[in-house]
Design a protein around this ligand. Sequence first.
Ligand code: ADP
Ligand code: G6P
Length: 349
Amino acid sequence: VVQAASDKVVVIGLAADSGCGKSTFMRRVTGIFGGEPKPPAGGNPDSNTLSSEMTTVICLDDYHSLDRNGRKEAGVTALAPESQNFDLMYEQVKALKEGKTVAKPIYNHVTGLLDPPEDTTSPNILIIEGLHPFYDDRVNELVDFRIYLDISDEIKFAWKIQRDMAERGHSLESIKASIEARKPDFDAYIDPQKKKADMIIQVLPTQLVPDEKEGKILRVRLIMKDGMKLFDPVYLFDQGSTVSWIPCGRKLTCSFPGIKMFYGPDTYYGEEVSVLEMDGQFDKLEELIYMESHLSNTSAKFYGEITQQMLKNSAFPGSNNGTGLFQTIVGLKCREVYERITEKTVARV
Ligand code: ADP
Ligand code: G6P
């Protein structure tokens, strides 16, 4: 079947380990397309799907072939390819891309069981998020824009401690043990997918404060493949130059340890990329407009759109640092990719 450009369903893939901020990221991206993403009406309350007018986000955990018990019996983790049904994932992503409705399984995160399937209709923009969007070649080829969220071990550990110790009462030892147990499969099956990504958001400990280990201040890098048809990399001041910039001063308020920006060309697994980096955090989010005015090729539709989005989502984690800023920029790139593929214009929100 040949689809007219305007009928095309654009597929966006987001890969990351669990607990690394995928849902927060997705809320920023879908917000750019307008409408409040909601779970399917009248369906299973434990559905992992969220849809708004233009977008549907499906969680690839729904394609687990083994449920929690099955994994325990087989002695495999949720990260192992044996725990996924890639055939069904491929069939259904393909069908959705062709405009068809599918009966998608539901992995119930509460019970650890596979619940009866729910009907999922084809959206304008299908976002598949989870552990393995680029692992299977057939699925990978259906994806138009690939994003990888790369959280360094130190930061992953800091976030898990915050959540699992403070909110779930786990011990430090048990958190360490569960991270260690997942690590071999993470390294073997999840991490290598970043080589296939078009954009990578890398989250590292700050370099502004020696030995900062709490993961409060972050150094965040946006790695963008060069020479792509569907998007142009963002740049700071002058495309292709190497720029180091401390924007703190008369127009931007910074308390200790300040903000340091960096932009320049690099290579990433043998491919040419542009890198934009932000270390540190904002004191006053409104002043982000000053930094935004020095960025080019952001895919914003009007002056100040990035700042507006950041202010709108200021309650989300990462809003005062590079994670929020770069997730917002990647969201604008998703819109640009959609517009280039479909030759349609998304109304500004
Ligand atoms: P996922 O969907 O990948 O499981 P979430 O978006 O639910 O991840 O985030 C999991 C937790 O990680 C959040 O509750 C928060 O504690 C932490 N987190 C996520 N993103 C950030 C961020 N940018 N900065 C600080 N903490 C974050
Ligand atoms: C989901 C998550 C995994 C998590 C798993 C729990 O599939 O995406 O990251 O590990 O649930 O698996 P477990 O076998 O520990 O119940």
